[in-house]
Design a protein around this ligand. Structure first.
Ligand code: AMP
Length: 217
């Protein structure tokens, strides 16, 4: 059983790297942001509560976040473990998490703010199947269309310059201290998020002592 957390500023490749690890290790990939986006799309009560904060790039309240995480992990579909992405994002969330679960490793993807801005503002998403694109490094074959399902691509409501600056400020102020907390437990693995996706994945596996990554797996 493996219990991993993946941390890094928005656009650092957390979701992409987490999905690659999940596929190979049969982990449950738990993205709090994806869960909230699902609620917004489905117009649930939770969706109505989080929509405004998300669009402004602000953090959702801790009580609601904790409830969503507790419920998700309560499903117990993670026989081989989980990788959680986008959580914890502040000291209180980290304490709640560490009280309930032992963490084997925290993967910390490092990326300078300028590179974050360049990546995030060119990010596109398929609202139908969830596939991510990037107009710089990972363009869809047909402009504006998903390669997998053909649906029209959108820009995430929170990928505007204003919302991005709010998230960067929040990240540095609130999420960095969480890393320090985990560092004291000696579970943090720092990984350079700048190289191509496959190289980052290989570096993650190396530092976690897992078998190597082959791009055609
Ligand atoms: P993400 O996809 O991880 O960038 O999350 C998108 C948005 O969901 C964030 O900007 C927040 O508004 C909200 N969110 C996701 N995870 C958390 C969290 N752990 N704590 C508070 N808000 C969160």
């Amino acid at each position: 059983m493996r219990k991993y957390v993946i941390m890094g500023v928005q656009g650092s490749g957390k979701g992409t790297q987490a999905k690659m690890l999940r596929q190979d290790l049969d982990l449950a990939h738990i993205s709090v942001g994806d869960i909230f986006r699902w609620h917004v799309r489905q117009h649930t009560k939770i969706g109505a509560q989080v929509k405004r904060a998300m669009a402004a790039g602000e953090l959702v309240g801790d009580d609601l976040v904790e409830e969503v995480v507790r419920r998700r992990l309560g499903i117990h579909d993670w026989n081989y473990g989980f990788i959680i992405d986008g959580f914890p994002r502040n000291g209180r969330q980290a304490e709640f998490f560490m009280e309930s679960y032992d963490i084997d490793a925290v993967i910390h993807l490092e990326l300078p703010d300028d590179e974050v801005r360049r990546r995030v503002l060119s990010r596109r998403l398929c609202p139908s199947c969830g596939m991510d694109y990037n107009l710089i490094a990972d363009r869809p074959e047909v402009e504006g269309r998903c390669d997998i399902c053909g649906h029209g691509l959108i820009t995430r409501a929170d990928d505007t310059p204003e919302a991005l600056e709010a998230r960067l400020t929040d990240y540095h102020a609130k999420t960095r201290p969480v890393l320090e907390l985990f560092r004291r437990k000696e579970v943090v693995h720092d990984v350079d998020g700048r190289p191509p996706v496959d190289e980052v994945q290989s570096a993650i596996r190396k530092t976690l002592g897992l078998s190597g990554y082959r791009a055609d797996d």
